[in-house]
Ligand binder design. Structure first.
Ligand code: 13P
Length: 245
């Protein structure tokens, strides 16, 4: 049985002053036992958020990291540094990193491998563009992305996959539950080719998930949680998803 995982990806949003009230709202409601919850703030908020989350079961996540452990990489952050800050999950290969910062499949694969080697859980993101979907290339794109990530790994531990169709991110257009499930099931068959233990890998859906559509998405057999952008910025709207899960 895979435990539902919900991750708030704040991207480059929110401010220092938002942290306490946000966490208080979540903690006051209480996080249901059947859900793993993680918050991925911008890097500079990690330490403060760790302090706020101390007496709660909510996990800390980061939005990126560099594959090297240290060195002259101005502006970068290593997995070791993130570990010192109490981070447990790291989002890697998000389509925004691929699109705006030139992260190729090879770079994403190196990051995921370094993450897993550091015993942090990688949330490896894959997803097709609208053009690719229209051209019926969704499955070939996903297969290439998943293969790149899986190839260097020796085990299925510390790995989460997030399927985020690019056309659904920040657009208000969600993949239908059927569309998402179809790709998630395909990803699961790809994972099974690499590891016998792949059944335990959680596959999250991301792309305009909100309190109205999350229930149906999360009811699908191969959708094990959500990577939530816009609807995670407000504690009440994120709570709407949590309470629907
Ligand atoms: P939205 O929920 O804003 O569409 O963003 C999804 C996403 O990119 C999460 O990583």
């Amino acid at each position: 049985m895979r435990k539902t995982l919900l991750v708030a990806n704040w991207k480059m949003n929110k401010s220092y002053a938002d942290l306490e009230p946000y966490v208080s709202a979540l903690v006051e409601q209480g996080i249901p036992k059947h859900i793993d919850l993680a918050l991925a703030p911008p890097f500079p908020f990690l330490d403060k958020l760790r302090q706020s989350l101390k007496s709660s079961s909510i996990h800390l996540a980061a939005q990126n990291a560099h594959w090297e452990s240290k060195g002259a990489y101005t502006g970068e952050v290593s997995f070791g540094i993130l570990k010192e800050l109490g981070v447990e999950f790291v989002i890697l290969g998000h389509s925004e990193r691929r699109q705006y910062f030139g992260e190729s499949d090879a770079i994403v694969a190196k990051k995921v491998k370094a993450c897993v080697d550091n015993k942090l859980t990688a949330i490896a993101c894959v997803g097709e563009s609208l053009e690719e979907r229209k051209a019926e290339r969704t499955f070939s794109v996903i297969e290439k992305q998943i293969h790149a990530v899986m190839e260097p790994l020796n085990s299925s531990e510390n790995l989460v996959i997030a399927y985020e169709p690019i056309w659904a991110i920040g657009t208000g257009v969600t993949a239908s539950a059927n569309q998402a499930q179809e790709v998630h099931a395909f990803i699961r068959t790809l994972l099974a080719k690499h590891f016998a233990s792949s059944e335990s890998i959680r596959i999250l859906y991301g792309g305009s998930m909100n309190a109205s559509n999350s229930k149906e998405l999360l009811q699908q057999a191969d959708i094990d949680g959500g990577l939530v952008g816009g609807a995670s910025l407000d504690a009440q709207s994120f709570l709407g998803i949590i309470n629907n899960s």
